[in-house]
Design a protein around this ligand. Structure first.
Ligand code: 2AM
Length: 188
């Protein structure tokens, strides 16, 4: 049955949404970095790595969006954030992997492919894995201090809704999509 509420839109994106221990380890970077760069720290429990940003879609399309994501097959992998960096164009301080694991690049690509196949539009910018730690920060070209590496064991990815109230963003994980267990390393 079609109702008026079918036209309600929601703002959504796909992301790696870590466990409590994993986001706490990255949240520990925020204080020393804020000391250097100022800015506003993102809430520790909302730290995430966006895979594909969709933006506003009609709520009635959420089910189809989830079905499209279920078609993505990928293997679980380890993602190591080992560099703190700054983007001057948007004043963000973020955590990044120095080496982008192949399965992460493949996952983002496969997701984009399925979304395109199902006619969902998304932000087509080149994929640059990052976790935003501080907004409205200020820094120069000088490298930021070294931080203790943080490893995420990525076993799934999530569809997340972003809500904004009085300028404050909050997030809700709507669904999770499991990745298959990766092959154990041979030898030893
Ligand atoms: P950011 O942290 O670098 O701003 C929710 O907004 C998430 O989607 C954030 O991780 C944000 O990245 C990311 N994102 C990617 N493209 C976006 C866009 N065009 N508009 C808003 N957020 C975007």
């Amino acid at each position: 049955m079609s109702t008026q509420s079918d036209r309600t839109t929601v703002r959504v994106f796909f992301a790696l949404w870590p466990t409590a221990a994993e986001h706490m380890a990255l949240a520990a970077w925020q204080h020393p970095l804020q000391h250097q760069c100022g800015g506003r720290a993102m809430h520790g429990e909302t730290l995430h790595n966006t895979l594909v940003f969709i933006g506003e879609i009609e709520q009635s399309r959420l089910e189809a969006l989830q079905l499209a994501a279920q078609e993505v097959s990928g293997e679980s992998f380890e993602l190591c954030f080992d560099a703190a960096r700054y983007w001057g164009h948007n004043h963000i301080v973020y955590a990044a992997p120095v080496h982008v694991p192949q399965p992460l690049q493949q996952l983002a690509g496969a997701l984009e492919q399925r979304l395109t196949r199902h006619r969902f539009k998304f932000d087509p910018r080149e994929y640059k894995p990052h976790v935003t730690l501080l907004r409205n920060a200020h820094w120069t070209d000088v490298p930021l201090p070294e931080m203790p590496p943080v490893r995420w064991r990525v076993k799934d990815f999530a569809l997340v809704q972003s809500m904004s109230q009085d300028g404050v963003a909050s997030y809700r994980v709507l669904a999770r999509f499991l990745l298959s267990p990766s092959e154990p390393l041979s030898g030893g």
